[in-house]
Design a protein around this ligand. Sequence first.
Ligand code: PMT
Length: 220
Amino acid sequence: CKKKDLKGKKVLITAGPTVEDIDPVRFISNRSSGKMGYAIARAARNRGAEVTLITGPTNLQPPVCVNVVPVKTAEQMYNAVMEHFKDVDIAIKAAAVADYRPETISNVKIKKNDEDLLIKLVKNKDILYDIGKLKTNQLLVGFAAETNDLLSNASIKLQNKNLDMIVANDVTMENAGFNYDTNTVKIIKGDGQVIQLPNMLKQELADIILNYIIELKIKR
Ligand code: PMT
């Protein structure tokens, strides 16, 4: 029987990919299924939290008793996060946000011709970086999806984005990362302590991540 140790806490979670249109039939996105973020949303709800889940398009069943906010683009996710962030106690950003979007979206299907096609991509705003600057009492937890130099890349994100903790996810590992029901991660705390976790179900990992977040809160 689970303790309701997040009772009375407001938790904001982002999940899934963002989708950036090129034209009415084509888009840029990534391999995120939303499973990691949805697992955290269910775990936080089960522990008594009032959960808002801001999610890019996924094939997952929306969790019950969770305030689900569907978005498509990085800009929509940015606006939704900004709207909710000031009211929450904990924000956990498991979403895989597109770093770039096409500069223009064609209203009609782009026709093939004999030339190569160049699509200019412009930078999206970094949501986590911006809420890191706005942070007051909130605990802010990021994820880092990496294919190389896991700990150094994730530690730089922890520092630059003013996070309390980051979940470093080597997405090249077997049965881990995008779309698997299981994951293998290292947790890096704000003080630099690294916790290496074995491969496990994302649903089990969700509870372990929450345990470490609650520990941070108690130490404050
Ligand atoms: O969804 P699943 O299939 O279950 O896969 C889970 C996962 C691999 C997507 C997840 O575990 C994960 O690692 N999520 C973060 C993916 C990511 O975009 O990492 P990043 O290193 O590019 O970004 C670092 C952090 O900044 C993330 O918390 C991200 O949400 C945030 N970010 C990034 C870019 C941006 N423009 N705005 C952001 O807020």
